[in-house]
Design a protein around this ligand. Sequence first.
Ligand SMILES: *Cc1c(COP(=O)(O)O)cnc(C)c1O
Length: 404
Amino acid sequence: MTAIDEKGYYGEFGGAFVPEMLFANIEELRSRYIEIIQSADFQSEFKSLLRDYAGRPTPLYLAQRLSDHYGFAIYLKREDLLHTGAHKVNNTIGQILVAQRLGKTRIIAETGAGQHGVATATVCALMGMPCVVYMGEVDMKRQAPNVARMRMLGAEVRPALSGSRTLKDATNEAIRDWINNPEDTHYIIGSVVGPHPFPDMVARFQSVISEEIQAQLQQHTGSPRPDAILACVGGGSNAAGAFYHYLNDERVRLIAVEAAGKGVHSGHSAATSILGTRGIIHGSRTLLMQTPDGQITEPYSISAGLDYPGIGPLHAHLIATGRAQAIPITDEDALQAAFFLARTEGIIPALETAHAFAALDRADILPGQTVVVNLSGRGDKDLAAYMEHFEDPDLKLAPRSSRF
Ligand SMILES: *Cc1c(COP(=O)(O)O)cnc(C)c1O
């Protein structure tokens, strides 16, 4: 049975390890989030924004050519078709509605690739709330188009100048801001990470994904239950959403796909479930990549959205207990899967999402089974990375099946 306990633990993972100065904010959120989320007024506003603003329900699409190639039925949950191009907006809509009900008037966020920053800036514009997004200076250079989108939407993007000037440094800056502005500010965390209640709250907002999969699969196949669900894992929010309503149904295999970068043991990887050990990062006890004396190891992946040294406590628990299986995928295999999907189905996935598709080759799915791949985001933001590989002779771009 997978469930969070009152203190915010999934088994041995989770909890809330926060500096004393944040205690009041976290406690306010913890004591009120369930009551707020379950209120009729919240539910009706959340549902109508998801439908009319974000574009839910997203389609569940039977990818016929991909299925013919593999010999099993592959359904794609099209989160890439949502407003702002990925699943992240499900969470930012939910959290800004919670912030309003807590009487907050200012929003802060951290971002790595910029996708969560854009989704946060979007809902702040929608609600007319001021928004400050912290982003590592290095990431601001790497992800310039997303910095421009946030500014276009009226957000202030503040560079994090410490450490490696990437995501974990931006997170530290956001936490510092929250400590200094506890009264009026809500911190919208972008994945199922951070101190309790964030992992549970974000999972609940993303759980709309598996709620829809159940109903849509029932219509397509006569059963709400696939044999397996595949999703990529950075912090783990899109996977948490896709797994949520199947967590306690052991008949459904849950496959969490991680970024192996240049190879799991190459020293350039983000395969946390294999390389990670138990520790505390950003307020929760989980698996993280660290040296024996507890220094966080710099993660690496071609995809900025998977380039995180930890995983959320739910996923640490699912993997440690064997409920979910982790599959590491290298940059090269992800790139190949992106080109293959583009040319087989006419869909260009985000680089993060491409990792989930590459795992179709490794997941030991039996002929005739049914799987769902959570198509977490679209690839427009990654075109520059893809273009670098157009002439790459090592990429096998054409479908391998003779049926083509
Ligand atoms: C941010 C992002 C991810 C990784 O974040 P999770 O919290 O693990 O879902 C995956 N896919 C896309 C398209 C993203 O933008």
